[in-house]
Write a protein that binds this ligand. Structure first.
Ligand SMILES: [Zn+2]
Length: 114
């Protein structure tokens, strides 16, 4: 499931950091390449899992954190036509933080040591 966590990237464990980054790529690339891509994108927006008005900035923040941790990140977000299909969504950072805290020991450790 695609999820734009939108929490401070420093709080994400390596897996969730790379996961969010890759999922954003997959979602936006998938819209262009998949016959039902737009419906999938709409579904993710309806579930408040992604916000195309902030996803570019988010992507840059994830890349910056990846660079800080020494990960390679030479990809560029170039699926611009997709952004015409964005509409405002309500991603809850607090709920996502709780989710990560519950489901991932490594994220929890980072959140508690913040
Ligand atoms: Zn995690």
């Amino acid at each position: 499931m695609t999820r734009q966590w939108n929490v401070n990237p420093e709080l994400l464990c390596d897996n969730h950091l790379l996961g969010e980054y890759n999922e954003i790529h997959k979602l936006l690339g998938g819209v262009v390449n998949h016959p039902h891509g737009l419906a999938i994108l709409r579904g993710q927006q309806d579930k408040n899992n992604v916000d195309l008005s902030t996803v570019s900035k988010r992507y840059e923040r994830l890349q910056a954190e990846m660079a800080r941790r020494g990960f390679k990140h030479d990809a560029v977000l170039v699926h611009r036509p997709v952004f015409e299909h964005g509409y405002e969504t309500q991603i809850s950072e607090n709920r996502n933080l709780e989710d990560l805290w519950e489901r991932c020991d490594k994220c929890r450790e980072r959140i508690e040591n913040e």
